[in-house]
Design a protein around this ligand. Structure first.
Ligand code: UDP
Length: 336
């Protein structure tokens, strides 16, 4: 049995789906603060009796312990607060939820003799890059509290391995995009802050006009460069990491990205082409804390985990668009 914290959220739910499709039995632990019960219901209808849901909070050790009532072989830990801007305004919530929540989880794991964990880390732990593509030896100097909480957890995991033999794989995500290719689940944040869903939402009736944050960066068209990795590809890396740990692999960390950088304007043009819609755009000031470019060197994950991202940015935008159309309809019907 695999325990997935944050399994009602965007990346967590796609990982649960992939685990169920591979025949794993899964316990999802989630407080539904940003995840959705509708996602759990959808996963339950797919997973039938192989999906168990425990509602609970990582700040409550007793609630975490409830998720360990069956024998857990390993944990995949997604549950976290993940908005950079919000972390700058409310660092207390971020340190408490992300760092103390993870410490609680690790301690309950030890109490239940579970010593394998795959952890959602982030490219935000690198901060402003000194070079691109960024490999795993690049210095980690996060520039916002969100990245700092994730780096603190990475350090805790190193120490828990040394002292208590808890083995971890920390996966440093670049920009995750797309949705389930059968449109059963997808990205559902409220409010939405991410580039691709924001562009797509602006094509719907009542959608807000799309804004580009900064056109004066030192890049080919003046807009920021990011490495967009498809969510279905990304979750496959989690399954490979899980299986690596189940086979006795050592604590390690990997970048998950495609090695391809794309500007905001390029993403916007591709969205226009795929949706066939005219999308109006406003160029506004830079958003605080946005590095100019983030592109992954993914050679280590390729070599050790044997992970190869297969889907293109076009694939991600297409599946995200199908999902956004569904979500828009569901939300508008619910508000009627
Ligand atoms: N971005 C933008 N307009 C938006 C949202 C994002 O121009 O409405 C830009 C943002 O400045 C960044 C890129 O799109 O350069 C990706 O932002 P996102 O929030 O999706 O991911 P992040 O890189 O912050 O993890």
């Amino acid at each position: 049995m695999i325990l997935v914290t944050g399994g009602a959220g965007y990346i967590g739910s796609h990982c649960v789906l992939a685990l169920l499709e591979k025949g794993y039995e899964v316990v999802v632990f989630d407080n539904l603060s940003t995840g959705h019960i509708e996602t759990i219901n959808k996963l339950s209808s797919i997973g039938q009796n192989k999906l168990h849901f425990v509602k609970g909070n990582l700040l409550n050790p007793n609630e975490i312990n409830n998720a360990f009532c069956s024998k857990i072989d390993a944990v995949i830990h997604f549950a976290a607060l993940s908005q950079v801007g919000e972390s700058v305004a409310n660092p207390d919530r971020y340190y408490r939820n992300n760092v103390i929540g993870t410490l609680n989880l690790l301690d309950i794991m030890r109490r239940n003799n579970v010593n394998k964990i795959v952890f959602s880390s982030t490219a935000a732990t690198y901060g402003e890059p000194k070079y691109v593509p960024i490999d795993e030896t690049h210095p980690q100097k996060p520039i916002n509290p969100y990245g700092k909480t994730k780096l603190a957890i990475e350090g805790i995991m190193e120490d828990y391995d040394r002292a208590y033999n808890v083995k971890s794989v920390r996966l440093r995500y670049f920009n995750v995009a797309g949705a389930d290719s059968k449109t059963r689940i997808g990205e559902w944040h409220d409010p939405e802050t991410h580039l691709i869903p924001k562009i797509l939402k602006s094509t719907f009736q009542g959608g807000e006009p799309f804004k580009i944050y900064g056109t004066d960066y030192d890049t080919k068209d003046g807009t920021c460069v990011r490495d967009y990795v498809n969510v279905e590809d990304l979750v496959q890396a989690h399954i490979l990491a899980l299986e690596y740990l189940l086979k006795g692999g050592n604590t390690d960390f990997f970048n998950l990205g495609t090695k391809e950088g794309c500007t905001v304007k390029e993403v916007f043009e591709l969205c226009k082409e795929i949706t066939g819609q005219k999308i109006s755009v406003n160029n506004i000031n830079r958003r605080e804390g946005d590095p100019t470019q983030l592109v992954a060197d993914n050679s280590k994950a390729k070599e050790i985990l044997k992970w190869t991202p297969e889907k293109t940015l076009r694939d991600s935008i297409k599946t995200a668009y199908e999902w956004e159309k569904c979500l828009d309809k569901t939300i508008k019907e619910a508000n009627r």
